[in-house]
Design a protein around this ligand. Structure first.
Ligand code: PNS
Length: 191
């Protein structure tokens, strides 16, 4: 399989280019701030259908109120899916998702669905992406029922206030939360 250079959060590294013989190239986009067990469930489901999945962290350099930087989020995705080797490529992008998908040669966008409440937002995004690039398809995967209430936003909020989210994120993400909270309280003490 050929390789090409790609930028990941500023660093340049060699990435596998998915050739058409490998099957349709799929992108699973999101904020992943941080990756949760719900995301990991969707990625593993997607790997049953697609030979390779690019997990792409979307960020806006002018307006990113995220807890973790794009390179930190990419590193957490890589760590969470280390066991599947090069079947998962973690990357980050800014700008339109469909432009990114086209740049890396992906024809399929994967999105996870939890409850009916996700549907309207997902429907709007799918239709807008289809309007922009009619040749790119969106495929939905249902999250495992144990993750129906898991979202990065809620997990972050609960962890920030000391709530127990140990079953909802990988252990190393718990460690990152602890580091982040310790850093914040040290900053507060310093004033
Ligand atoms: O983790 P999220 O918030 O559910 O992911 C949303 C995401 C990142 C997929 C969406 O905001 C997105 O595609 N952002 C990139 C910019 C873009 O293409 N916006 C138009 C979407 S129709």
């Amino acid at each position: 399989m050929p390789t090409r250079k790609r930028a990941v959060g500023g660093a340049v590294r060699a990435a596998k280019v998915v050739s058409p013989e490998d099957g349709p190239a799929a992108v699973y986009p999101g904020s992943f701030d941080p990756i949760t067990n719900g995301h990991i469930d969707i990625i593993r489901r997607a790997l049953r259908v697609f030979p390779r999945v690019t997990v792409a962290v979307a960020y806006n350099p002018n307006k990113d109120a995220a807890m973790f930087t794009p390179p930190e989020r990419v590193a957490m995705i890589e760590q969470a899916l280390a066991d599947v080797g090069d079947r998962v490529i973690a990357d980050s992008f800014t700008g339109l998702l469909v432009d990114y998908a086209e740049r890396i040669g992906a024809q399929v966008l994967i999105r996870g669905l939890r409850a009916v409440s996700d549907f309207e937002y997902e429907f709007q995004m799918t239709m807008m992406n289809r309007h922009l690039k009619p040749n790119i398809e969106t495929v939905f995967m249902m999250a495992g029922e144990q993750y129906f209430y898991t979202s990065s936003r809620l997990v972050k909020e609960v962890a920030t206030f000391g709530g127990d989210v140990r079953t909802l994120v990988p252990d190393f993400v718990m460690d990152r939360f602890a580091e982040r909270l310790a850093k914040k309280s040290a900053e507060k003490r310093r004033g």
